[in-house]
Design a protein around this ligand. Sequence first.
Ligand code: URA
Length: 244
Amino acid sequence: METCGKHALIELSEEYDGCEKCPLLVKSRTQVVFGGGSSTAPIVIVGEAPGAEEDEEGAVFIGDCGQLFMDVIAKAWPPCPEMAEISKIGEDKTYFHRLRDYLDEYIFWTNTGLCRPEDNRTPTATEVKNCLDRLHRSIYAVDPVLIIAAGKVAASALVGKSVAITEKRGRIFDIAIPSPVTGNPVRYPMLAILHPSYLLRQGDQKLVKKKQGVTYQTIKDLEYGFGLVDQLYRDAYGRPFLEK
Ligand code: URA
């Protein structure tokens, strides 16, 4: 069994394809949506569970919520020529395609649960538990510099206890992932942020220019997170994380 890198992720996705641990999810899902992006990414983003479009297409964060998330990430991203070019495109399909292709070089995206719950209900504690070993092994395989937990479900699953997300957003947690080889804990910093579907429901994107609202807050939280990635990356590899 591979535990790190691309092959480990491929093996893991094969292992979970057609998973039947959660009977209700087997009924509600169209397919298991494993996640995607770079297998050597400095950042792992963990959401809650696939929505309707993700379930249909088999890819994470591609619906309205995913598009808002990518746009918020773009606004918080460290300044670079590639993002400046992409940001010139109006917010259409090309923009989101180009943005996703670019972000996929630096991010591995996954969810706390791999299957869409009926009517997008919150996954139950048992469903979260059933998928936790897979989440830990995905993170271990990528071995990122920073994990970003989007929303209460992801943050609570990774911290191992309930996280009051509106209070704790913007904070860094020191979390432990069990090594699939030794079982010993491997520690990672995790940034907790508000879930993009909450930002979508609040609909306060127009307030960003006025530096107000939860979308603005989340951009600031992510700016802090990407700054931390850069600092940790420089400490580990002696160069900025955006430098190839
Ligand atoms: N919400 C999530 O948490 N994950 C997705 O992939 C899509 C929407």
